[in-house]
Design a protein around this ligand. Structure first.
Ligand code: XMP
Length: 515
């Protein structure tokens, strides 16, 4: 990441990622860093501006010396806890609240300040109890809440501003305008985050390994596709993409890979290892066991392939190219995770174990990007809309969409029903209205009637959700006419299925995949 970025110091707010996104949407490069890293890096590098995020702490217990940040001659924005740190440091007073301000609140702009689009009262999202009760010297009140509490402060001569509310969340109706006011009017930051500059940054990371042989575990999803296409621009024939056909794919997945082979310059080798996967999964019912078998087999397949390349072709791979995104990087950085290590809900499979086993170094050119940025870059590189906006598909594939034991017949039922769902989403122009859509085969039989006769057959569940990053999800509301059509086609066209249900569970409590 550029040295000229805005640093978002993460005090553990639920919304820190959103701050980064909003800055980028407003054209400014920003990155999240921990307090410790920020203080250490500050000795040798200065960011263009600093944002002190919100957090669960209280200034009454915090003994950190913030003077390196707060006396530096750079623009600073304090949000929620960040504003309280500022208020206390500059000689104001922070008090414990008798009541808190949580959720939606009204604020108004005071003292003749003018912010584009902000007129009279405006709704914002708040989440605090401690508050600045006496303004520090040289600061003016810029926002006041309807409870007559300080909701925003601004230094009279320096580019320093504090907001007690969260302008980064969508509930703060004019939040973006208020952040824009900080960026343009207070901090006077020029735009530097454009699809062109982001692409250049990613290419620069790949240039560092030019001349090495690089392997990509290619899934055809937008992350691995964008990572591979941009890496290929620098690495050329030194990039080898391997696509694993584990027999748990949908017809659209293989078709997609064939199209990419034909239409891009990528060197993609399809590894047909269906038998290896399916034989190991025979008789296995438990979801975690299935996931683990699939994950281990995946790594073994790669290991075998790499040894084969080394022994037979003399090609020695040094790097593993991965489409790792910023949310995963941040997740592994966060110092304030409540409860420490998070509980494993399911073993997400990727090629995580491979680098250690094969002594590969990682090349992760997208590690500072969110999914939206990756899509923006894919579009910038001229990739087809359908490739860039393709729904996510899990590594274990249909293996976690046939509940319980797998069989050729159950895999067929999911493949066929998924194909119908996919065709109808496309035909109704609804594919882009849902973040992910798929079918699941339930391990139950129900009674039905077909052609005046009794049948006792299986059930397909439809799962369609909207989400930003898969961490939380809501059920997509789709027209009944579309759902009816999908249900009727599945029951009519798929042998052995008589009933279709629509899963209306959000995440949490449900996860997106059923296993
Ligand atoms: P869950 O089921 O955990 O899924 O709510 C969240 C998102 O992740 C996808 N998913 C996976 N992706 N390997 C992957 O690459 C996996 O093992 C895996 N399991 C779930 C899921 O499809 C959804 O988009």
């Amino acid at each position: 990441m550029k040295t000229t970025s805005v640093w978002i110091i993460d005090f553990g707010s639920q919304y820190t990622q959103l701050i980064t996104r909003r800055f980028r949407e407003l054209g400014v490069t920003s990155e999240i860093i921990t307090l410790e890293e920020g203080l250490a890096r500050f000795k040798t590098a200065k960011p263009r501006a600093l944002v002190l995020s919100g957090g669960p702490q209280s200034v009454f217990e915090d003994k950190t010396d913030y003077s390196p940040f707060l006396t530096a001659d750079i623009p600073i924005l304090g949000i929620c806890y960040g504003m309280q740190i500022m208020g206390q440091f500059f000689g104001g007073k922070v008090e414990k609240g008798v009541i808190g301000e949580y959720g939606l609140a009204k604020i108004h702009l005071c003292n003749g300040f003018k912010i584009n689009g902000v007129v009279g009262d405006t709704d914002v999202w708040m989440s605090h109890s401690d508050h600045v009760s006496v303004l520090p010297k040289d600061f003016t009140l810029i926002f006041e809440s309807s409870n007559k509490l300080v909701a925003g402060i601004k230094h009279t001569s320096k580019p320093i501003m504090g907001l007690q509310f969260h302008p980064e969340v969508a509930h703060s109706v004019k939040g973006k305008e208020i952040l824009e006011y900080f960026i343009k009017d207070v901090a006077k930051l020029e735009s530097d985050w454009t699809s062109q500059s982001v692409l250049e940054d990613c290419l620069e990371q790949v240039r560092q390994v030019k001349g090495s042989k690089v392997l990509c575990a290619f899934s055809g999803g937008v992350d691995s596709l964008v990572a591979a296409v941009l890496a290929q621009k620098i690495l050329g024939d030194d990039l080898y993409c391997f696509f694993v056909d584990h027999g748990l794919l949908r017809p659209q997945d293989l078709h997609h890979i064939e199209v990419l082979k034909e239409k891009t310059n990528l060197h993609i080798e399809i590894l047909d290892v269906k038998n290896e996967f399916l034989s190991r999964l025979e008789g296995v019912k438990d979801p975690e066991q299935k996931r683990k078998i699939i994950g281990t087999t995946f790594i073994e397949v790669f290991e075998k392939k790499l040894n084969e390349y080394q022994d037979q072709k003399g090609i020695h791979f040094e790097y593993l190219l991965q489409g790792t995104l910023y949310p995963d990087v941040i997740e592994s950085l966060s110092p304030h995770k409540v409860g420490g290590k998070s509980v494993t809900i399911k073993s997400h499979h990727n090629v995580g174990g491979l680098p250690e086993r094969m002594k590969l170094k990682l090349l992760e050119p997208l590690r500072f990007l969110f999914k939206d940025d990756v899509r923006m870059m894919g579009t910038e590189m001229g990739l087809d809309h359908d490739w860039v906006y393709r729904h996510p598909f899990p590594g274990p594939g249909i293996g976690v969409r046939v509940l319980g034991e797998l069989s050729a017949d159950s895999i067929r039922k999911v493949q066929e029903s998924d194909q119908i769902l996919f065709e109808e989403l496309k035909a109704h122009n609804l594919y882009d209205s849902t973040w992910q859509a798929f079918t699941v085969l339930l391990p139950v039989k129900t009674v039905g009637v077909k052609g005046d006769g009794r049948v006792y057959e299986e059930v397909i569940a439809l799962r369609m959700v909207n989400s930003q990053d898969g961490m939380t999800a809501s059920v997509t509301e789709l027209p009944w006419s579309f759902l009816n059509r999908v249900s009727s086609r599945i029951c009519n066209e798929i042998k052995g299925v008589t009933r279709v249900v629509y899963d209306i569970t959000s995440k949490p409590p449900g996860t997106i995949e059923w296993e």
